[in-house]
Design a binder for this molecule. Structure first.
Ligand code: ADE
Length: 224
């Protein structure tokens, strides 16, 4: 799977993609990530990538020309399954979207800044607009890192324990049950007896009950 990320701040994304699961996925050949600096495609002598908005008002708008230049260049090289724009007014990211996107081959992601991109980019190129939550970040880069991470861990072979992504919170619209590890008692705080019983059926029943209880308490909206 390949991601092409269009950004004015590529250095913000060096860290998230060069450790742990993301780095391993690239080393194993499951994942390729290319960062593209939008500024490199500016033909303006000051290398500007933004301009004042028509109609007046505070805040700059990302210009159409450098973004079109890079999107057209990439599209001539391969077919993209999705061209995603990271924006707080997009569709809020859900596990089901991550699952769908993990089946794709080539994804382009455009990171917004300032007031956002010229609307004509959204109308003519963007196939999906994603928000990672109802708050505003200073740019789309960290949101793009969240999206890529949530997808990459679902690619078969990326996680060591192949089943573990399936038992994540949200995969069955339930939050995960509590988990424990050794020691069985610490400071008088005990691990629930059933988990030490070795009775697989009882343990599964307990986990389901706790997952449901936790979901009812914290995220009743998931049960609707
Ligand atoms: N850019 C700024 N805020 C964002 C958000 N919440 N989600 C996605 N992109 C963003």
């Amino acid at each position: 799977m390949r991601f092409d990320i269009l950004t004015i701040l590529p250095q913000l994304l060096d860290g998230p993609f060069s450790a742990s699961i993301m780095q391993r996925a690239q080393d194993k050949g499951h994942l390729e990530i290319q960062l593209h600096n939008i500024r490199d495609y500016s033909t303006n002598k000051h290398k500007n990538v933004d301009d004042y908005q028509y109609g007046g008002g505070a805040g700059m708008v990302m210009s159409i020309e450098p973004i079109v230049a890079i999107i057209e260049k990439l599209k001539a090289e391969r077919n993209y399954d999705e061209i995603i724009y990271m924006t707080p007014d997009g569709q809020v990211l859900e596990q089901s979207t991550c699952n769908d996107l993990s089946l794709k081959e080539n994804i382009m992601i455009l990171c917004g800044h300032y007031k956002g991109v010229d609307e004509r980019i959204r109308e003519h190129y963007i196939t999906k607009e994603i928000s990672i939550g109802s708050y505003v970040l200073s740019g789309g880069e960290l949101a793009a890192a969240v999206v890529v991470d949530s997808i990459v861990r679902l690619i078969p072979g990326v996680l060591n324990d192949e089943t573990s992504a399936l038992t994540d919170s949200f995969q069955d619209n339930l939050l995960s049950p509590p988990v424990y590890t050794r020691p069985p008692e610490y400071n008088g705080w005990k691990v629930p007896e059933v988990l030490l019983s070795g009775d697989f059926n009882k343990i599964e029943a307990w986990r389901e009950e706790k997952a449901l209880e936790r979901t009812k308490q914290r995220r009743p909206d998931l049960l609707k």
